[in-house]
Design a protein around this ligand. Structure first.
Ligand code: ZN
Length: 225
């Protein structure tokens, strides 16, 4: 009788560390791979929920290149083209969309949450962390708190001019690059300033990549949404 009454207590303690009970993968990373693990995680902390940005953020646009062959690997890496982020990242992005809309712009998402096996596939094709995260570390995308994005003109829906196309891994995509066209500089700055204002950090080498600095709170996931 005594043992039985202890059980619920044990479970309560186990829940917040749901992720810690999972056996680490070959690189020592804890990866959430099943619906059950995911729902345990969300039950313990609602911020772990992956949110569908298309229903959560009015007017958001997407061009998910990894769901097509138009990407650096020339292969279709995603089955679906859904765009998901953890709740705090989704909330911040919703505010960013509102702020940009007041200035005549809107968000264009290239990529958001990315299942871990896709990072592994990318690294197999291009074994260089210039292109995608090293699977030994995983990425903010695998954790659901990194996003690749640009802006569109609200009136036309057309992408604004930026220093390069998405996934152009040259110096022109770097933060230090000074575009010749002041409009390009202004677009990049507006995106960067607005993202920073709502808590995202930018990349020094990819103008389109942003992430939440507390990404370690969110375990790596390998589940199709
Ligand atoms: Zn990225």
């Amino acid at each position: 009788m005594k043992l039985l009454s202890l059980l619920p207590l044990l479970c309560t303690f186990a829940l917040p560390s749901a992720a810690q009970q999972i056996k680490p993968n070959k690189y020592g990373l804890t990866v959430i791979t099943t619906r059950q693990q995911y729902s345990q995680l969300v039950k313990a902390d609602s911020n772990q929920q992956l949110i569908n940005l298309e229903t959560f953020i009015p007017g958001i646009r997407k061009d998910v290149r990894y769901a097509t062959t138009n990407n650096f690997t020339r292969q279709r890496l995603y089955n679906g083209a859904g765009i998901y982020l953890r709740l705090p990242a989704a909330k911040a992005l919703r505010k960013i969309q509102e702020a940009l809309q007041r200035k005549g712009y809107g968000l264009l998402i290239y990529d958001a949450y990315r299942p871990y096996h896709v990072t592994e596939a990318m690294f197999k094709i291009k074994p260089n962390d210039l292109y995608a995260a090293d699977p030994r570390k995983g990425s903010g995308h695998n954790r659901g708190v990194a996003v690749d994005l640009s802006m569109v003109h609200l009136k036309t829906g057309k992408p604004v001019a930026m220093p390069t196309d998405f996934d152009d891994f040259t110096f022109k995509a770097h933060e230090q690059y000074q575009p010749g066209d002041p409009i390009v500089t202004a677009n990049r700055k507006l995106l960067r300033d607005t993202m920073k204002q709502y808590g995202f950090k930018g990349s020094r080498t990819e103008w389109w990549h942003y992430y939440l600095p507390d990404y370690k709170k969110y375990p790596i996931m390998d589940m199709e949404m």
